[in-house]
Design a protein around this ligand. Structure first.
Ligand code: SAM
Length: 275
């Protein structure tokens, strides 16, 4: 893509700006331009979309998103060392890249969202990725302000997001994602594609809102999933004891001898609605 967008190769950018990767910030940079384009393409057409990106770093994925025609990118980056490199990209695409220096966990993306379609695309820092996803899954109003999430996670986290009942990876994340979205794992990225390479394989997960999720209180669903999966090997009559146990299960017509991982999203919603 260096040739396509006329910007210098990412390795040169990293060297010139002294962007040695910091583990504490989850910095594993993706420098393979074919892969950054593949991630951006997973989000579908970008022409009329505003894209939120978390953690642009030296800007590899940002450049792919802009080269694919996103109307605007709003990127939130915590590491001030990356800002000069990102400013070069902003100069190259006048008016199309806005960089916010800050912590994505403390950023109110909904308030920043402009009119029109919003897509979120990110190679997420591993230490905050799950929490960001949960924040995007749990706004009070639904459908949410975003049209799709295209996010890179450790593969094991991706498996938990797309898991459904009777799958070993099924848990709180699978219930939340299964309740409010349609999700799929798009493709894996091996460790050696990153600089420096992480210990594990990564995966890109694509989520779109389920327009009509079963009506259910977020707080109650959280209570039920936390209790049930907190002791996932135990029968529900035991694990749900603190929130009603056997009587709650009988009321909802669920066999108290079942275990958390066998319950469908619909059954979790039923329990939450009976609390
Ligand atoms: N997007 C770049 C890429 O694909 O090569 C970098 C991805 S790297 C895995 C994660 C990025 O998130 C780093 O640039 C890091 O500084 C940034 N980051 C870490 N924690 C953050 C936070 N809480 N809020 C915003 N950015 C954060």
């Amino acid at each position: 893509m260096a040739a396509l967008d006329g910007l210098p190769p990412l390795r040169e950018v990293i060297q010139r700006h002294g962007l040695d990767a910091r583990k504490a910030l989850g910095q594993n940079f993706l420098l393979d331009l074919n892969l950054t384009q593949k991630v951006a393409r997973t989000a579908g057409a970008l022409d009329d979309a505003t894209v939120f990106e978390v953690g642009p770093g030296p800007g590899g994925l940002t450049r792919a998103i802009l080269a694919l025609g996103a109307k605007k990118v709003i990127a939130v980056e915590r590491d001030a060392r990356c800002l000069p490199a990102l400013a070069e990209i902003a100069d190259h695409y006048p008016g199309r890249l806005e960089v916010i220096e800050g912590d994505a966990l403390k950023t109110d993306f909904e308030v920043l969202a402009p009119e029109g379609p919003v897509k979120i695309i990110a190679n997420l820092p591993y230490n905050v990725g799950t929490q960001l996803l949960v924040n995007w899954l749990l706004p009070k109003a639904w459908p949410p302000f975003w049209q799709s999430l295209t996010l890179m996670f450790q593969k094991e986290v991706g498996e938990r997001i797309v898991a459904s009942e009777d799958d070993d990876h099924y848990g709180r994340l699978g219930v939340l994602a299964g309740w409010r979205t349609h999700s799929r794992m798009a493709f894996d990225i091996p460790p050696q594609a990153f600089t420096p390479p992480p210990k594990v394989t990564s995966t890109v997960v694509h989520l779109t809102p389920n327009e009509n999720p079963i009506p259910c209180s977020v707080a109650n669903l959280e209570k039920v999933t936390q209790a049930a999966f907190g002791q996932r090997r135990k029968m529900l009559r035991q694990s749900l004891k603190p929130i009603g146990g056997e009587s709650l299960l009988t009321k909802t017509g669920i066999d108290p001898a079942r275990r958390a991982e066998t319950l469908s999203v619909e059954e979790f919603c039923r329990l939450a609605n009976s609390l």
